[in-house]
Design a protein around this ligand. Structure first.
Ligand code: SAM
Length: 358
């Protein structure tokens, strides 16, 4: 077992069978070693820095019907809200004043925000805060829209692949296409975005083979960011009675992702913190290096309910930032409020510069 983990640390690769074998034999000792090596790898790549991103959850409307998500269109009891562009800009202003240099704009798939509205919003944010990076997490759109949003100034795009199992994907996303999700990720990369993919751990029916495929897919895609969180049931969804993913399984996947895609930025997700009060600190110690404090207005926070018992819904943005900073320091890391671009994006920039110099 230890040999396998050390092989992964030094060479970065395991076969599907080896990953499945490893997942079946993770006892406390092996886990400790795995987390330790993932932490070492992340320190080699990014040092002890944890990058903070200001998260603005700007709309809880969603046209999709993902079986696991509290925002799904069929959830008639979900409370819906939309922040208008001036309100989103106000959140950015508050965040900028608190020191954030990355804003993540996330929402359900809400067509109210047309291409035009988003282009104008992005241009306004980038004009007012030119030294910030802007990340979008708004789901699937036309290729042309992705292109226009990039040209307007968006730098990054988060679109989790959710699961690498075509069968499980189709069951969980009745009106969506497994192939199109992956195609979108490729298109986003080709346009030039720094791209984030990722998946949930502990989905009903998910197997160790599926999780191994998630990791192998990420290794092949080589995204800039990797979001991994436990599935947590929401009481008003068809999966309300399902068990949540475990903290241990999620941490193991975070550590394996760090070893298999060493230069990725990996968030210690809110879902991990919601499942275990120390979940985000544990993730940082297992290879994660991003935390995304909430900048949304307090009045709407509880309405962005993807799952039950989501944390950080009641704190002022300033208090949220302060609390996370204390937690990060206590866990043995330092806070970096810079843009925090991925190492891959610097390599791409260098390559493009040397090609155009030739
Ligand atoms: N609509 C955008 C999209 O599809 O990419 C972004 C918003 S979506 C709500 C953000 C992420 O929340 C999803 O990619 C999914 O992995 C996660 N999520 C949704 N419901 C969840 C649940 N019940 N437990 C854990 N994570 C969940």
């Amino acid at each position: 077992m230890r040999q396998l983990i050390h092989k992964l640390y030094s060479r970065g690769g395991l076969s599907r069978d080896e990953i499945v074998y490893l997942l079946a034999r993770l006892d406390a000792g092996v886990r400790k070693e795995l987390y330790g090596l993932a932490d070492r790898k992340r320190r080699e790549k990014y040092g002890d820095k944890v990058f903070l991103r200001g998260l603005i959850e700007f709309s809880s409307y969603c046209r999709r019907d993902c079986l696991y998500c509290g925002l799904r269109a069929s959830n008639r009891s979900a409370e819906r809200y939309r922040l208008k562009p001036p309100e989103i800009l106000d959140c950015c202003r508050e965040g900028y004043g608190l020191g954030y240099r990355t804003f993540v704009l996330q929402s359900g798939e809400d067509p109210w925000y047309t291409e035009e509205i988003l282009v104008n919003l992005i241009q306004e944010i980038k004009a007012e805060f030119p030294d910030t990076a802007l990340t979008l997490s708004i789901g699937e759109r036309e290729d042309r829209t992705y292109q226009r949003l990039y040209e307007a100034g968006a730098d990054r795009f988060l679109l989790r692949h959710e699961t690498a199992s075509p069968k499980l994907y189709q069951t969980l996303h009745p009106s969506m296409s497994f192939d199109n999700r992956r195609r979108c990720l490729k298109v986003l990369q080709e346009i030039g975005y720094q791209v984030g993919a990722g998946f949930m751990v502990g989905l009903p029916g998910q197997t160790a083979d599926d999780l191994a495929d998630d990791l192998l897919y990420l290794q092949a895609l080589h995204p800039d960011m990797i979001g991994i969180g436990p599935f947590i049931p929401h009481s008003r969804t068809p999966l309300s009675g399902a068990a949540a993913g475990t903290i241990e399984d999620t941490l193991a996947m975070v550590a394996l992702a760090r070893l298999m895609v060493p230069d990725a930025l990996i968030p210690a997700t809110t879902a991990l913190g919601s499942l275990d009060s120390e979940g985000r600190e544990k993730a940082l110690k297992a290879g994660a290096n991003i935390v995304m404090p909430n900048l949304s207005p307090i009045a709407v926070r509880t309405k962005y309910a993807l799952y039950n018992n989501k944390i950080c819904t009641g704190d002022e943005s300033a208090a949220c930032r302060h609390c996370l900073e204390l937690r990060i320091h206590a866990a043995g890391f330092s806070v970096d409020m810079g843009r925090g671009d991925s190492l891959k994006s610097f390599q791409v920039k260098r390559l493009t510069a040397s090609q155009s110099a030739q």
